[in-house]
Ligand binder design. Sequence first.
Ligand code: ATP
Ligand code: MG
Length: 428
Amino acid sequence: MWNKIFERLRLRMTFTYAVIFGVLILAIVFTAYCFIWWEILANEKQELVKKVYHEAEEWVNSGENPCSDNSVKEGSMLAYFVTMDGKKVILNQLGDGNCGRTIWKHRDRWPQKMDSTRILRMHGVDGDVPNTRYRYLAAVAPVKDKGETIGKLYMFENIEFYYAAAFRTLFKLLCVAALLFVFACYFGYWLAERNILPISHMYARQMQFTADASHEMRTPLAVMKLAAQGLAEDEDSSYSEFAQESIGMIQSETARMSKLTENLMALARSDEGILPNLKTEINMTELCRQVGAQLSLLAQEKGIVLQQHFAENLTLVGDETALNRLLVILLDNALKYSPANTTVVFTAAKSKGQLLIVVKDEGCGISDEDKKKVFDRFYRVDKARSRSQGGLGLGLSLAQAIVKQHRGTIKILDNKPCGTIMQVSLPL
Ligand code: ATP
Ligand code: MG
């Protein structure tokens, strides 16, 4: 059995799995990206420090400049050589291009400690193309001549290429992550089905059992009811008071059991997703009148005034038996949970393209906390009272199932100063 409840559960589980897989995939992608980036930068920093030492040695030995003219012109590698106190410039290879000027403008951010490196992320200087950004790796090392430190050499490597490559890699990784995510969603959907299947089988068996058991109990109960009625009406026999009481008890309990089996069967059917016959057009005005008349006797017996107002020509496409049951449930509750000398108002009217059925009573009312629970099966606010009234706690859950099957809504509101308003709206 695979009904709407399980389909919704499956979608919810798929969503949860998708979120978990998505977070995992993103975490893996970003960790991998960070590791690769960190490795590349660490390696580049080491290489640049080595290069500074190497170029310093070359300069001391042969007077060769650290950067070629081409590198200075392109801004790919720049150098700046000063005395240790920074007062005298020995060699300036920053060039007169925008890169060199930008690096010079940010000289306070150059690495200070010997053999250290620093990434300089800078915006272009005035006169540069707006929003130009420069990314350089800077390194500094001492320059020694015959064991004596004669100055410090700064070298700046343009690492724009690495950033561009890193972004390209990240984009590709994210594309792979998106593909993996789609696959993960499918996998989650499949996994959810696999996990739900045993539960749904168990649920179906239980539903089948409830439906079968209720069905099997119908005939013996009908026989018992008839037999008890026969006994009660048998004028030839004279019963003791105890026997008469017992017959009365058998009659009321069999009536209760019949109602229970009917309700259980109806609920089992709605659980199975078997929709009632929603094709016939029903005259709701007539149906409301019938139910009102049917229950007005009960109202009279309890000393309750039952007021009825129905708009004319209210028609609805739905299941007549189910809607009849819905009205009985609402009215029965209003009469059952209201004391004598109160009024129950039963109305049906058209409102905003909906059929609005309202049952208003002046009874004990339902607390806000219980309003959510009364639709649960076998839930009764006051068990002893409800039982004494013949209540099983199935009425409202069945009413809710019928309303849902007709794509409507059911609401419980408070009646002022006391009592309950049951409001059902069904699409016309
Ligand atoms: P049954 O299965 O015979 O209808 P029930 O009336 O006890 O039994 P529900 O109709 O589902 O079960 O109602 C659940 C509970 O909600 C009731 O036990 C009652 O406590 C409370 N309730 C329902 N309608 C009203 C009402 N109009 N006023 C006050 N309490 C109500
Ligand atoms: Mg009820």
